[in-house]
Design a protein around this ligand. Sequence first.
Ligand SMILES: NC(=O)c1ccc[n+]([C@@H]2O[C@H](COP(=O)([O-])OP(=O)(O)OC[C@H]3O[C@@H](n4cnc5c(N)ncnc54)[C@H](O)[C@@H]3O)[C@@H](O)[C@H]2O)c1
Length: 376
Amino acid sequence: MMTSPITQSAQQVVAQDLEYICANLHDEFSRMAGKKLLIVGGAGFLGYYLVQSILFWNKTGGDDHVIDLTVYDNYIRGVPDWLTALADDANLTLVRHDITEPLPTDIDDFHYIIHAASIASPTYYRKYPIETMDANVNGLRILLEYCLARQDSRVPVEGFLFYSTSEIYGDPTPEDIPTPETYRGNVSCTGPRACYDESKRYGETLCVNFARQYKLPIKIARPFNNYGPGLKITDRRVLPDFARNVLAGEDIVMLSDGRPTRTFCYIADAVVGYYKILIKGQPGEAYNIGVESPEISMAQLADYVTDFARDLFGYQGQVVRQMSQDKDYLADNPNRRCPVIDKARTQLGYNPGISLEEGLKRSLLWYADNADAEEA
Ligand SMILES: NC(=O)c1ccc[n+]([C@@H]2O[C@H](COP(=O)([O-])OP(=O)(O)OC[C@H]3O[C@@H](n4cnc5c(N)ncnc54)[C@H](O)[C@@H]3O)[C@@H](O)[C@H]2O)c1
């Protein structure tokens, strides 16, 4: 792969992404205009563009165009600077709230709710397994009960999105890769990842049954390996780990044999998919959001990052292999992960368009300006 030397700042990358997201969500954001959206867990990686795309949209039209946004987060992964910097926005309300606790008594009448509150990094959800389960089960239940209580009110909830995960498929058998939504999964219920996988599976069951029994507009996203701006460099997922090595001028350390494969979906494409599910998804239905190709190994990813970093920053390191000091680092780690995304394409018009080459380049440019982050 070939790249050009540094051409953009992180700010320009973000501006370009926000324009792309809003252009691809014109219909959906127009339908949300004048209404109230709550994002729970909006201080995390996905929150970075879920939040900023709404605020960006709000600036592109008149008053009747505005989507009023509230973010609840308990900041278990820290308080990010990007969110603090937005605190004065007139259409944004930030509330420190743990979703496993009863809802604030002065809670607003929300038309749309996104439940993204759950630690997504394996290193961190294994550190907080009970909190992870509680957010996906008890926290979800609290929000679903809110939807139910408002059903016959003046302002019923018009759309609810629960974040599940591609990890609900576990380690799919070879004939089930690429994996469609109909695949039932091959998951351990007691392994080190089970706190995450199984609570997401139960969460989906809860959503489907609330949607069926009470006819509520509850939809589910199954993200496949998102990456890009907003994923903080200390997150301990693979790309930020590689970026951290690069920007410290160290060799890239690969903590596996390099053979597991993934398809990586750039965050701007994924966020388009998530809002499409919220607005256009069918109640009680789950949608894979990711890309079908290229499916690359961790060794290939490390090579790409090395090449790009060489072109962009004159990086001189190489890839080395090490054993993680964390004995569970690779336990139950799926060998391959690759989605079928036909359902989102045909039902929602989801059509990811940013190549891996372009996405990796934008990510590294963003990391160059965001090389410091809290260890949390
Ligand atoms: N990023 C991905 O590729 C990916 C893949 C699969 C699934 N998901 C799911 O998408 C959602 C968001 O992922 P992310 O990458 O932004 O995760 P993240 O870990 O970066 O952010 C999660 C946010 O939720 C908050 N949070 C956690 N528990 C909470 C609680 N009890 N109350 C309030 N806030 C709480 C955290 O403080 C954090 O700000 C999660 O449900 C995750 O499981 C993400």
